[in-house]
Design a protein around this ligand. Structure first.
Ligand code: NAP
Length: 248
């Protein structure tokens, strides 16, 4: 168990990539806060039950990551229940796709609020406890779209490119305090988010993947566990591509 005695917070941890990350961190001994969007408690509770059924420890905690005061309350509650947070995985994310000319103000605002401001809110809320301990792992889930673009996703691509810039700036700020900050950029992973894509879009993505298959949430979770572990002690400010070779 390479993460024994560590406390992790996974945002958007009740399904898809976040769920796989929560389960994988717990399997390695971390106590896991499973964040969920308010009102969506059932799925988060199932993840907690699964972790506890395997002998681990977890706690489901509601907060819209875009809501600053809710995030502060979530972090306070979690540190009371499980201890100070050592590992933060900023995973919560949404898409509101449309071509730019047709993009509604709220589609821009919501995606930036969740996918970019959410990363700022959660990171700032946990950073002080990591600075005190002189140890921390911040892992941000970016996207291939923030690196090479995709038509219909200007809001999403801007937010994810922002996450990459945020990762690099903070890595330089806190490296001297034993805190690493990295991003993982998934390509095409089979989750609820990509289930919405048309068959045509899925096939176009598949043709671009040298490994010849879509990714699984577990493919991303494995890299997150690596970045959270001491095997990655000397890795910071990086963007690790988990995309089957989609961009080489
Ligand atoms: P997903 O299945 O749609 O899961 C997203 C999770 O985020 C859900 O649990 C959702 O909770 C939660 N969430 C959304 N808005 C939230 C908010 N404001 N506050 C708290 N939680 C919120 O998507 P996924 O595919 O697993 O994506 C996970 C991350 O990977 C995202 O950042 C996404 O951008 C990134 N990513 C995914 C792919 C892919 O191919 N799937 C590729 C590149 C990057 P509710 O369901 O309760 O709303």
């Amino acid at each position: 168990m390479i993460l024994e005695n560590r406390v992790a917070l996974v945002t958007g941890g009740s399904q898809g990539i976040g769920r796989a990350i929560a389960l994988a961190l717990a399997r390695e001994g971390a106590k896991v806060g499973v964040n969920f969007y308010p009102g969506e408690e059932e799925r988060a509770k199932k993840v907690v039950e699964e972790i506890e059924g395997n002998g681990g420890r977890a706690f489901a905690v509601a907060a819209d990551v875009g809501d600053r005061s809710a995030v502060r309350e979530m972090v306070d509650l979690l540190s009371e229940r499980l201890g100070d947070i050592d590992i933060l995985v900023n995973n919560a994310g949404i898409t509101r796709d449309s071509l730019l000319l047709r993009m509604k103000d709220e589609d821009w605002d919501q995606v930036i609020a969740t996918n970019l401001t959410g990363v700022f809110n959660c990171t700032r809320a946990v950073l002080r406890m990591m600075l005190k301990k002189r140890w921390g792992r911040i892992i941000n889930i970016a996207s291939v779209v923030g690196l090479i673009g995709n038509p219909g996703q200007c809001n999403y691509g801007a937010a994810k490119a922002g996450v990459v810039g945020f990762t690099k700036c903070l890595a330089r700020e806190v490296g001297g305090r034993g805190i690493t900050v990295n991003a993982v950029a998934p390509g095409f992973i089979e989750t609820e988010m990509t289930a919405k894509l048309s068959q045509e879009a899925k096939e176009t993505f598949l043709q671009r993947i040298p490994l010849g298959r879509p990714g699984k949430p577990e493919d991303v979770a494995g890299v997150v566990v690596f970045l959270a572990s001491s095997a990655a002690d000397y890795v910071t400010g990086q963007v690790i591509h988990v995309d089957g070779g989609m961009i080489i």
